[in-house]
Write a protein that binds this ligand. Sequence first.
Ligand code: KIV
Length: 276
Amino acid sequence: MYATPTSSEEGGHPVTVVSLTKMKQAGEKIACLTAYDASFATVVDRCGVDLVLVGDSLGMVIQGHSTTIPVSVDDMIYHTKAVARAVRRGFLVADMPFMSYPDGPRALENAARLMQEGGASMVKLEGGVGQLEVVDYLARRSIPVCAHLGLQPQAVHKIGGYKVQGRDPEAAVTMRKNAMALEEAGADIVLLECVPKELAASIASSAAVPVIGIGAGPDVDGQILVLYDVLNIGVGHRARFVRNFMEDAASIDEAILAYVGAVKDGSYPAPEHCYT
Ligand code: KIV
């Protein structure tokens, strides 16, 4: 039987951008998961997930598309609203979908909709140095931003597939520089997807803001996975970093509690989930 994990934010206090930074400073791992509807959001929240992401991965796992590119701002608002009605404690982040942030003013308009209509507390956008102006524009207007680096699924057709990023030394240096520049521009969280673990560790140790990983090894400040991967509902190819938490669980609650516990005690991700 899995116990609800101990957390500095336990007791129903809502997690904030400030408490996430305090968790980083205290060395407490941040457990994050996606959710797309009120029922799963209720379960995720009661299991102690610190950050709930309404990811544009919903285009794939909910809508059945082969990429996240068809997802619209209206789709994101619809799902964010549903999740926001259920989440009491977790910090709620919503993805800005493909082409919803081509410049500062349009990014602001769409981020404001995700926050005002959807109820998100932060928006996430993909991109490196090309997004510095947008991040700066949003941050100056008090929009909390998570900057997603490494594998950027919205760029799948540009990069030619879902591949590990930052493996060659030049790309690693660029990613590191971009992460620091995004923090400097005002990003409150950096998310690294499919990045060699040493590179992710070096970015996390240099950044003042929390660095959340997915396929980025254990030495970052927190982990995120797509909920359906944790519950083994996924169809098709399973990425190396995915662990099926339903394997030893008797219920969905038990699986999510096991995920949160494994993130908190550092047993997930294990070496077999990491890229080098
Ligand atoms: O869209 C999403 O769910 C994401 C996570 C995989 C990080 O961006």
